[in-house]
Design a protein. Structure first.
Length: 498
């Protein structure tokens, strides 16, 4: 068979194909250059708000506790739990005989003192001695009665404090025998710990109540002693035959003032024998019954509950008014103060409710060696959609600066040497030292180094495009070997980000 020789033009074409194939493989395996771009932001006038977060559960606020001022029989209870009342509505009454008698006596004593003052200012008369002697006798009887009442009050109060303290120590013993430690979740430890806390509070309340009652009784003794001594001084002056002096008139005026105060106190006790709603709301608790005898002691609460916690005759709450108590660490407690504003978001709510810090605990609560401080925030206004017990997150505003130069917080880089930002000037990054002020999660205040309108680099984006001979890298523009160019890597370019 005759072999056909290849023509020269055909051979040249094969060589050209082979050369072209070699060049294409070079560009595929050479790879693409890295692309660098910058996400930037603009320095603006803004507001930086610094907050401290805490969480807790909603509890009713605006609770009003009502009690009778003294001992006596309950003659009427006009409300029950769940009932809505208005301001000034009569809720319950107490037998007025005892307080009415005290008011009558106070009125008589004041009238006598005023008569003595009139007599002192007019001068001594023939009937002055008899009146002065009667005043001495009357004031002495009042003084002796006050001394006896003081002794009785101290005895009753001492017994009340002793009973409360005994309940507290008994609860402590129960918890100790059960092997409970603070925060132990193993039953019955939570119940025992709650009982210890409740009985401790009851004991402390009993001591406060005892001290107040003792002081009040002692004050009455002191007042009656002064009245008795003034009466004796007036009698002695009359018996000596001396004329009325300015000093005697001053004593008489002093006595009138004392008796006016006593009359006001007696009138207050009469008023307190009728419990009226000081504000509108809902009756949450009624702890008294018609015909019940309120014991002596002054507050007139029905009793103490089975847990030892004090109860009140009637409790009124304002629906929709809440507070939430959360805890902050000892590192943050000094940043929070009463009066600071807050935003409260209850579980399931889409919006925040304004609030205000009303209490910051002086002493820490220590659990497993960790100290936290309870902080109470009261929500502003009524929020009927909320419910007691709902969990809530709270942001307390501890600092806020308004109308200052700010940049995105991510644009600021801080080291031991100070803070810097990267300005974007004429398409190039330029580092700049800055002085920073307040900052939050999104914005940082810039005091020096940046002015409003400057572009700052938020992030540097570097993209290396991979390449390979397997077809998984960057493909050539165009198809086959015909006419298409090769795509190249980009240079540095800036773009403004939000």
């Amino acid at each position: 068979m005759r072999r056909r020789l290849l023509s020269k033009p055909f051979i040249i074409g094969i060589v050209a194909v082979l050369v072209a194939a070699g060049v294409g493989t070079f560009f595929l395996t050479r790879g693409a250059a890295a692309t660098v771009s910058y996400r930037t932001g603009v320095a603006t006038l803004g507001t930086v708000t610094q907050t401290v977060s805490l969480s807790g559960n909603l509890a009713p606020d605006g609770e009003t506790d009502l009690d009778f001022a003294g001992a006596g029989k309950v003659t009427a209870v006009n409300v029950q739990s769940g009932q809505t009342v208005t301001a000034g509505e009569v809720l319950a009454t107490q037998e007025p005989s005892t307080v009415d008698a005290s008011l009558t006596q106070a009125e008589a004593t004041l009238a006598s003192a005023q008569a003595n003052l009139t007599q002192a200012e007019a001068g001594t008369s023939a009937s002055s001695l008899a009146q002065a002697e009667a005043q001495v006798s009357s004031s002495y009887v009042s003084y002796q009665n006050a001394v006896t009442s003081l002794a009785d009050t101290k005895a009753v109060n001492a017994q009340m404090v002793a009973q409360a303290y005994s309940a507290y120590t008994s609860a402590q013993t129960t918890a100790t025998v059960a092997g409970c430690t603070p925060g132990d979740p193993t039953p019955p430890c939570p119940q025992d710990e709650a009982a210890v806390t409740q009985n401790y509070q009851a004991w402390q309340a009993a001591e406060v109540k005892s001290t107040q009652a003792d002081d009040q009784a002692q004050g009455q003794v002191n007042s009656d002693r002064v009245q008795w001594q003034n009466a004796k001084s007036s009698l002695a002056a009359l018996e000596s035959g001396s004329t009325t002096t300015s000093a005697q008139i001053a004593v008489a005026k002093s006595q009138v003032q004392i008796d006016q105060v006593n009359l006001s106190n007696a009138q207050a006790a009469v008023n307190a024998a009728t419990l009226k709603a000081p504000t509108g709301g809902t009756i949450e608790e009624v702890s008294i019954t018609n015909g019940q005898q309120i014991s002596s002691g002054g507050t007139g609460g029905a009793s103490t509950g089975t847990s030892g916690a004090a109860t009140h005759a009637i409790v009124i709450i304002t629906l929709g008014v809440f507070e939430v108590t959360g805890s902050v660490s000892d590192a943050l407690v000094n940043e929070i103060a009463v009066g600071q504003t807050a935003q409260v978001v209850a579980a399931g709510s889409s919006g925040a409710v304004a609030g205000k810090v009303t209490a910051v605990a002086e002493a820490a609560t220590v659990t497993s060696g960790v100290a936290t401080f309870p902080v109470t925030v009261v929500l502003s206004g009524a929020s009927p959609s909320l419910r007691p017990g709902m969990s809530a997150s709270v942001s307390v505003v501890i600092n806020q600066v308004v109308g200052v130069t700010t940049v995105p917080t991510s644009a600021v880089h801080t080291t031991g040497a100070g803070s810097t930002v990267t300005l974007f000037v004429n398409g190039k990054p330029v580092p700049a030292a800055v002085t920073v002020g307040a900052s939050d999660a999104t914005l940082t205040q810039i005091l020096t180094g940046v002015k409003v309108g400057d572009q700052v680099v938020i992030a540097t984006i570097t993209s290396t495009i991979p390449s390979s001979t397997t077809g998984t890298g960057r493909s050539l523009t165009g198809g086959g070997f015909g006419g298409g160019g090769f795509g190249g890597g980009g240079g540095g370019a800036g773009r403004t980000g939000g």
